[in-house]
Design a protein around this ligand. Structure first.
Ligand code: FAD
Length: 602
């Protein structure tokens, strides 16, 4: 089964992406150029990623005391990805980019996420380089970002520490100025960093000439104290190997050492590391005395104290496409696995031939659930990507609207696919029965690989507090108001046979609005936010119901794919959306059951 028809439908029939051609930045593009990018990515994902998904799971990264060893397949896949030009797809022509709309870039990357999310496709590198393009100096862009775009270097993001995960204000890595002339380094104000960074993806490997770490650290005040809170956090470029102003390796190693590899449940194709910065394993000569001393050299990016703000620039769209692989595998299995007999009038006839399990209503239920979660999540991700293009290339008013919508939709774009595409993977195992629970079929790996999504880049609980505690309130609730207006426009445009669903969505929207108010009415933040996750779930289901209602307005005719889309949408409205009542009840009455249970009662 191919993802391509779904991508084509969403990009062309629903989002009408070729209309972006009217923007100056995309003037050279057309459906032909978009198709060429999609063709290339689909081919590389099929040839270099999908066949090796199991290989990279079995051959976990190993440290031989000097180097991290990865399977040859990972080297080949990453090389093919870099050669495709996708690392710099959205960049300007003048630096070798394609000026591709982000919507198309995101859609093209979905092929890799489906073929092997575990190998990864360089999204950390692109995100790292994009951040430098936004916040770096001209030389930082040239030396670091451009060499990431061309595939010579790769990138990481180093936020987490063993004692600071969700709570980044507790980051303890220190950065002190490196010598009296530290301000005059052409690569940026030069600091020495000391500290440990935990969970760093792609933190050590031999896939590229160099690894460019973007590291959050605190610059101590005049008394040598670290400033409490996130305001004290700054951002630094810390290359694994030192480079000169032309981006050439100087031959010196920076003081960044691998302390160990983490052995993960899934996503094993990508290394995950504990890194020690500045412990003295690779002392670096100081510019003054020339004497080698401990401390990792880092170049400040942007202003001191603005590190976290810059870091949020690193968007990660890895969740796109998750869930689809499991759906396709279980669909294929269900079409071929004979088991049980049809229920005729008066019961089953044991003498009749077996049916394939796709003929059982309950198996169809599980397939439709997977389809509604994963295609709904994919549609939402592409809708958000389209908003990113609006934000960057539309007129001022439309760009501002896109910004506000993205503020409120981002926690949903991160949480809905994480939770419900994982459920889709679980249902894929269920459809395979006992075989799904073995390593002879791929679905258990899909589940393990995607179990990460509710944890990294902000756990579910943190996304929920961001939504209810900040996003729906910020700027006088403008984000929520704009979202409601978009939903109302979809309801108003719904065709006759979708009127019942349009009314159901109006009711859901009203319930979400009322619960938002009730949660905050005269409440302390701790009370209002105690049930933030059920709120996030209800909000997410309302958003996906809206997305489906909007999508099916473009799904006309009797072609099987369109019938399938309409069935998935109906499934979502009838089996899923009603769940929001239970979720919102505890939010509205600020149910204290969880918050008040004493610890010793557990
Ligand atoms: C495979 C993998 C790859 C990763 N890659 C990177 C990377 O490349 N770079 C990087 O910097 N980090 C990375 N991370 C780290 C990831 O961002 C953290 O694991 C995540 O932020 C959670 O931090 P923690 O693990 O310390 O959990 P904790 O913060 O200790 O959270 C544990 C639990 O407590 C809950 N919790 C915590 N605080 C609160 C609160 N205030 N209110 C309510 N609930 C709360 C959380 O929701 C969670 O369920 C990666 C993690 C993994 C597992």
């Amino acid at each position: 089964m191919s993802l391509r028809p779904t991508i084509d439908f969403l990009l062309y029939d629903w989002l009408r992406v070729p209309q972006l051609q009217s923007r100056e930045r995309f003037a050279d593009h057309s459906r032909e150029t978009f198709d060429a990018v999609l063709d290339t990515c689909e081919r590389i994902a099929r040839d270099k990623y999908a066949p090796f998904n199991r290989t990279v799971d079995i051959e976990e990264p190993k440290f031989d005391g000097e180097k991290v060893i990865l399977p040859q397949a990972t080297h080949d896949a990453c090389k093919a990805y870099a050669e495709s030009g996708m690392l710099s797809a959205a960049q300007d022509y003048e630096i070798g980019g394609m000026q591709l709309p982000y919507t198309v870039e995101a859609a093209a990357n979905a092929f890799f996420a489906m073929a092997s999310v575990s190998i990864g496709s360089g999204m950390l590198t692109t995100g790292n380089a994009n951040l430098l393009m936004a916040h770096g100096t001209d030389l930082q862009k040239k030396v670091f970002a451009l060499n990431e775009f061309n595939g010579r270097f790769s990138g990481t993001m180093c936020l987490s520490e063993p004692q600071a995960g969700s709570s980044l204000s507790d980051v303890a890595t220190r950065a002190v100025p490196d010598g009296a002339d530290h301000q005059s380094d052409p690569l940026g104000p030069r600091y020495r960093l000391r500290g440990n960074k935990m969970w760093i993806s792609a933190g050590e490997h031999e896939l590229t000439e160099n690894i460019i770490h973007l590291v959050l650290a605190k610059i101590p005040d005049a008394n040598g104290q670290l400033v409490p809170g996130v305001k004290g956090i700054s951002l630094f470029i810390v290359p694994k190997k030192m480079v000169d102003v032309n981006g050439q390796l100087t031959g010196e190693r920076n003081d960044v050492a691998l302390a160990g590899l983490n052995h993960k449940c899934g996503w094993r194709g990508t290394t995950n590391t504990l890194l020690n910065f500045g412990e003295g394993k690779y002392p670096v000569p100081s510019t003054g005395s020339g004497q080698a001393v401990p401390g990792a050299i880092g170049y400040l990016v942007g202003q001191p104290g603005e590190g976290l703000k810059c870091m949020f620039h690193m968007m990660n769209e890895a969740r796109i496409g998750v869930g689809m692989a499991g759906y396709y595998a279980s669909l294929d299995y269900a079409r071929n696995r004979p088991q049980g007999r049809a229920m005729g009038v008066g019961g089953k006839n044991a003498a009749s031939p077996q049916v394939r399990i796709i003929e059982h209503a309950d198996v169809k239920r599980m397939l439709l659930a997977q389809k509604s979660y994963s295609e709904g999540a994919l549609a939402l991700a592409l809708y958000c990507a389209r908003l990113v293009d609006e934000q960057h290339t539309a007129g001022a008013e439309a760009a501002e609207e896109a910004r506000l919508l993205l503020e409120v939709l981002t926690p949903i774009a991160k949480s809905f696919p994480s939770e419900w595409c994982l459920e889709a993977n679980s249902l894929a195992i269920q459809i395979h029965g006992g075989y799904g629970y073995t390593r002879d079929f791929p679905v258990e790996q899909y589940w393990r690989d995607n179990r990460l999504n509710m944890i990294h880049e902000g756990t579910h609980g943190i996304q929920a507090m961001d939504l209810l505690g900040r996003k729906v309130l910020m700027e006088d609730g403008q984000g929520l108001k704009r979202l409601a207006a978009r939903m109302q426009a979809t309801m108003a445009g719904a065709s006759d046979d979708w009127q019942a669903e349009a009314r159901q969505l109006a009711d859901a929207l009203q319930q979400v609005g009322a619960a938002t108010q009730a949660a905050w009415q005269g409440a302390e933040p701790a009370q209002a936010l105690a049930n933030a996750v059920p709120y996030l779930q209800a909000f997410g289901h309302t958003v996906i119901a809206w997305i489906w209602l909007d999508v099916v307005q473009s799904a006309q005719g009797d072609a099987p794919a369109q019938v399938g889309r309409r069935a998935a949408a109906r499934y979502f409205f009838r089996y899923e959306l009603p769940k929001i009542g239970a979720w919102l009840q505890v939010v509205s009455r600020r149910d204290p059951t969880c918050a008040d249970v004493p610890e010793d009662a557990f």
